[in-house]
Design a binder for this molecule. Structure first.
Ligand code: DGY
Length: 441
């Protein structure tokens, strides 16, 4: 059973391999995406070390001179149907855009530090010299990315960085963004004309974000390109400036792993230690919700917390941000009817509280289970020795993949008569993280 699943997972990655990078999925996502590439590299590290390195090298070829690592590095495929493409982003007008790559103009959750450390642990068993050389090559690039976030996205110097677009958070139509996005009213604004391509995908179309969501996404991109991606100018005008717990949790875990990498290769890490201490301190001071036992997001534009129950609020576990006591509160949340961890009717872990009135079990980031979130949650639970819940998250994850295939996301309802598979099939990070879960030591 395990062997078959493993072989199929590998074949998904190899089918999506373009020769220089791996597409997140064959049709819907035809270019290279930032955090996808990180998870994909981890999958490859278990069976094809050269491709793991190439995946990250290809992504970092798109790194901007100010350190920003773009959400998309566009591939060369001429007939790739994707909106927004390079002509819409106009990111090449930015002073920092690289000369030898074509990219979008926002970033994504910085998973690369912890991915790098983890792939080193896998690859060093076979080739210590080469895997250490790869750490040496990548360390300054990942550090520069973190430097970008702390320099340009942390205006109050509190160690919590903001995102300025839902796509940057990676959880495109998460309910976390709702209140802020409601303030962007397309009927009153000039929205450039555009044509969605994602609805051409017959499998995924009904689960995708709405047209109203897209108008708002496009409005923000237009604002960025008007300012030619100048961070200070965007900060002054952008209505969407959010400190997101998932995004900052990936930053913290990656900081921690960069510190370990620096120690491994003899590089200076004092600055990273300082960043990370400040981030963890502010996370708990500002985003921890004592009453609800979960981390909130914060709307920096309107200076208010965003108390919405999503599983992003559980993710600080990965960076050991919570104390043991706080982590136990988080575990209680996971077991509670919000996430259904003690209830046999649901697979873990829905992205949005099961008790939310407007949960949509099949719509993108508004309820379904995503495999990367489950993988992160699993790692976080292990850090606190919460073995039983971790084992349940892992078992549910593998069961969904085994029963339904390598889908993009899954309806959590065990009793549903619907097919639980959602979005597009042959999804690369589902395959990559399945490989990691099956192969972990
Ligand atoms: C999309 O186009 O759906 C992506 O999620 C943006 O990153």
């Amino acid at each position: 059973m395990k062997e078959k699943l493993l072989e199929t997972a590998k074949s998904v990655l190899l089918k999506n391999w373009t020769g220089t990078f791996t597409k997140p999925a064959p049709n819907l996502y035809p270019h290279q995406w930032n955090w996808d590439a990180g998870f994909i590299a981890l999958g490859y590290a278990h069976f094809d070390w050269p491709k793991a390195k190439q995946e990250l090298r290809s992504l970092f070829k798109g790194q901007w001179s100010n350190g920003m690592l773009p959400q998309i590095v566009f591939g060369k495929e001429k007939d790739a149907h994707y909106f927004p493409g390079p002509d819409f982003w106009k990111a090449h007008e930015a002073y920092a855009h690289p000369k030898n790559a074509v990219t979008s103009g926002i970033s994504m959750p910085p998973v690369h530090g912890f991915i790098l450390w983890r792939i080193f642990q896998i690859a060093s068993k076979n080739d210590l010299k080469d895997s250490r050389a790869f750490l040496e090559e990548m360390f300054p690039k990942v550090k520069k990315l973190h430097e970008y976030f702390y320099q340009y996205r942390d205006p109050k110097n509190e160690g919590l960085v903001y995102i300025r677009h839902p796509w940057e958070g990676g959880t495109d139509n998460s309910p976390i963004w709702d209140t802020v996005l409601r303030g962007i009213n397309p009927a009153e604004l000039e929205i450039p004309s555009y044509k969605r391509q994602d609805l051409q995908n017959p499998e995924a179309a009904k689960h995708r974000p709405t047209d109203l969501d897209y108008d708002r996404y496009v409005y923000l991109v237009d604002l960025f390109r008007r300012h030619q991606y100048d961070d200070d100018a965007i900060y002054k005008e952008c209505p969407f400036l959010i400190q997101d717990p998932l995004f900052n949790a990936t930053l913290v875990w990656s900081n921690e792993c960069l510190i370990k990498i620096g120690q491994e290769i003899g590089a200076e890490v004092a600055e990273i230690i300082h960043w990370n201490e400040l981030s963890i301190y502010s996370f708990n001071e500002k985003l921890w919700d004592e009453d609800r036992g979960i981390y909130n997001a914060y709307d920096l534009r309107n200076e208010q917390l965003i108390p919405v129950f999503t599983n992003s609020g559980l993710m600080p576990l990965i960076g050991e941000v919570p104390t043991q006591e706080q982590a136990e509160e988080i575990l209680l949340k996971l077991e509670s009817p919000h996430f259904g961890g003690k209830d046999d009717q649901y697979f873990l872990c829905p992205t949005y509280s099961l008790q939310s009135e407007n949960i949509d079990f099949q719509k993108y980031w508004r309820g379904p289970i995503w495999i990367n979130m489950n993988w992160l949650l699993y790692q976080g639970l292990l850090r606190y020795d919460m073995e039983d819940m971790a084992a349940k998250v892992k078992a549910d994850t593998l069961q969904l993949i085994e029963e339904y295939g390598f889908y993009e996301y899954f309806d959590p309802r065990k009793s549903s008569t619907n097919n639980l598979a959602c979005g597009t099939n042959q999804f690369s990070w589902t395959a990559a993280l399945c490989i990691d879960l099956l192969m972990e030591a």
